[in-house]
Design a protein around this ligand. Structure first.
Ligand code: NAD
Length: 355
């Protein structure tokens, strides 16, 4: 019997990449559990929607009885928990959903998983894993030098990163207190196909194509370490298949870029693949706008534990990954047009005060 993987948040950006990967390149039976918030779209899992090894259920991870019933029915061997509110700017405007889903929802998932795990027969109990997907933002901000390692103390600064930090601690507590075989991965900024257009890379591609100004926060000198989403899902699979329970692994692309460098790189690819009608370079559209409140200067990941222990390395460089990403948005206009029409038109987020 094929092992069963319960993926939460599988209609989102990274979760859908994981579900598509498992559908195409494994024998796992996959249940995708997702609430379908503004960030979730079943169009992102269309390529595997009809596969006999795949099913979808709409549910809220905060709904304890619904989650318990799903565990009882699907009987998972592995849980990969990605469901979350994920956008820093939205966490500034309205933190409630972040506390609710990221902290309370993770707790409810752990509670259901622990109950399920305790009832498994010994061999399956031994192999069971609860893999929690988190972010490098829990570590706070770096100066110009240094890297986040698995030992870096937590120092979250935004409502989003604080809620993810809280959830990471709760997951580790469930390992130490109840023995649940947990894994935590903290990864850097992902980019790639099917990325919701509020995030930097798709936002810039779509604004450039629409002939709109390209809004760069502050002076564009905040540095992020960019990870191609398909490299990330290969890392997730490697960790839940071979990682040591109770451990944390950092995942990064060894691709540090300032936001301005990212925007310029997108412009250069578009100049080549879809030149502007007026013949001018896309960089002419760059417009510096008010910075994000509390904007962390630099994140950079040291992924050597994952590379050394589990033999994972990213397959894409930033240049090859970005070219694939821009090409995907050019070729998949119906996907992003539907999202723009339905949920998000590219407006500025993250300047309101919580209250
Ligand atoms: P996303 O916002 O694209 O997708 C989140 C998914 O979770 C959506 O499909 C949404 O419908 C679902 N969801 C939200 N609340 C839910 C709830 N209460 N119950 C069930 N489903 C719910 O996010 P993403 O970018 O794919 O991120 C996935 C995970 O990876 C998150 O935990 C995020 O914190 C983490 N992460 C993301 C990045 C990144 O660069 N995108 C970086 C580091 C870590």
């Amino acid at each position: 019997m094929n092992a069963r993987v319960l993926v939460t948040g599988g209609a989102g950006f990274i979760g859908s990449a994981l579900v598509r990967h498992l559908g195409a390149e494994s024998d796992y039976r996959v249940l995708n559990l997702d609430k379908l918030t503004y960030a979730g779209s079943l169009s992102s899992v269309e390529p595997i929607a009809d596969a006999p090894t795949y099913e979808f259920v709409q549910a809220d991870i905060c709904d304890g009885p619904a989650i318990a019933a799903i565990f009882a029915r699907f009987d998972p061997d592995i849980v990969v928990h990605l469901a979350a509110e994920s956008h820093v700017d939205r966490s500034i405007d309205g933190p409630d959903a972040f506390i609710e889903t990221n902290i309370v929802g993770t707790y409810r998932m752990l509670r259901a998983a622990t109950q399920h795990w305790k009832g498994l027969e010994p061999a399956r109990r031994e192999r069971f894993r609860f893999h929690h997907v988190s972010t490098d933002e829990v570590f706070g901000s770096l100066g110009p030098d240094g890297f986040f390692t698995e030992e870096t103390p937590y120092d979250p600064r935004s409502p989003y990163s604080a809620s993810k930090a809280g959830s990471d601690h709760i997951v580790r507590a469930w390992h130490h207190t109840y023995g649940l075989p947990t894994l935590v991965t903290n990864c850097s900024n992902n980019y790639g196909p099917y990325h919701f257009p509020e995030k930097l890379v798709p936002l810039m591609i779509l604004k450039a194509l629409a002939g709109e100004p390209l809004p760069v926060y502050g002076r564009g000198d905040n540095v992020r370490d960019w990870l191609f989403v398909e490299d990330h899902v290969r890392a997730i699979r490697r960790v839940f298949e071979a990682g040591r329970p109770g451990e944390t692994y950092n995942v990064g692309g060894r691709a540090e870029r300032t936001n301005l460098e990212v925007v310029r790189a997108i412009c250069a690819i578009l100049d080549e693949l879809r030149p502007r009608a007026d013949g001018r370079p896309y960089t002419d559209g760059i417009a510096f706008v008010a910075d994000r409140p509390g904007h962390d200067l630099r994140y950079a990941i040291d992924a050597s534990k994952l590379e050394g222990e589990l033999g994972w390395v990213p397959q894409e460089s930033f240049d090859t990954g970005l070219r694939k990403t821009v090409g995907w948005y050019l070729a998949n206009e119906p996907w992003w047009r539907a999202i723009q029409a339905g949920q998000y038109g590219g407006e500025r987020l993250g300047l309101k005060q919580a209250g």
